[in-house]
Design a protein around this ligand. Sequence first.
Ligand code: AMP
Length: 447
Amino acid sequence: MSFSTLGLSNEIIRAVTERGYTEPTPIQLQAIPAVLSGSDLLAGAQTGTGKTASFTLPLLHRLSSDKSKGTFNGYPPIRALVLTPTRELAAQVEESVREYGKYLKLNSMVMFGGVSINLQKQRLKGRVDILVATPGRLLDHVHQGTLNLSHIEVLVLDEADRMLDMGFINDIRRILSLLPKQRQNLLFFATFSDKIKALAAGLLNHPTMIEVARRNVTADTIAQKVYQVDRDKKRQLLAHLIRRDNWYQVLVFTRTKYGADRLVKQLAEDRIQALAIHGNKSQPVRTNALAKFKNGSLQVLVATDIAARGLDISELPHVVNFDLPNVPEDYVHRIGRTGRAGASGEAVSLVCVDEYPLLKDIEKLIEQRLVREVVAGFGPNPDIEPEAIPNGQQHRPKPEGDKRPARTPKPLPRASAKRKLAPPAATNGDKPGARSFASRRSAKRDR
Ligand code: AMP
């Protein structure tokens, strides 16, 4: 089946063909006709399945085929709104909108916190057909009277489950109250939950329901492996693997922001160039680190789960779980950063004795037992006792973007000495005094 059979305009097909897509992915095959028919949509699909194009292509088709009604500031009003949980995802989606719509006369804009609001205000004075935004900064504009959403025809909630996990429900409700009642709603989620069910029930009108096969973590494009190692030897093992296997583009996940910063410093001592990306970093720092990583000039990017979703780095060869995530689903999202669009990739987890219960949960979720290996010289010492993983609430900075309580392994038979606790939360690199109230507020809310 080719894109031309889906009813998309020649301009869109040309852009997609130039991008190198020869045929639609399963989510695109199902979602594109549904969206073109005007139906609401409830779609279960993870990043990596081609979901961005599945809503962007029909959205562009619809907006370019129908004339807009009304004007705002002398221009056609904003007609489509895409909400995303993170700034990185917003930037990526808007980039796709521009790419797929390059032969159309439609303008898009991306809007998120942590960057100048004034430039965004300026941009809003011109023509914007499609707005891709994170909720916090969008509401800042609404409060300042610089954004009018009264002509929205299509609303997309991308990674809605993540937005709910991040506590955006009130912001979403507030935004919904600003939109016209008559509109098309497209809701994308990666993991179905009662919260998604409730949101969908209140938002969608007789939706078409689509669920593409979970991005199968057992997919043979991703080779998964567990290295058993002591908690205090993880950093040396990581440096060893990077050197031994000549890894040149490695995305490493840590559980906490503090852990990410500490690992970057430790890798620097090993002369391995790394940068961290997480919610305490200012937006320019995040953007710069990601750009360097994407263009291949940065060897290691260390990230918290904030980066586990949305990031699309073509042909990313290696993902490392320096710490296993507290929530098993996050493992799937993390390793989904590699092996994308059919490319092969490797996902390696460094697992210490404290994390065996987490590993068990992950294996249960993915219905697969992961291959365990020990690297000579880094084998776990059988005398080391498991220790509880601090839940982050009291001792460490909270893992951002995840409201769920961290898991603590079951009480262990022989409790041992207390684990070294992390120092207090790293402070935000931003200088609050230098920024407006609005940007501080959205920096806090937008992750
Ligand atoms: P997404 O799930 O939207 O993050 O997309 C994942 C990756 O798949 C992106 O790099 C897209 O450029 C790519 N992609 C999307 N649609 C197709 C397609 N039909 N054929 C090949 N690659 C695609």
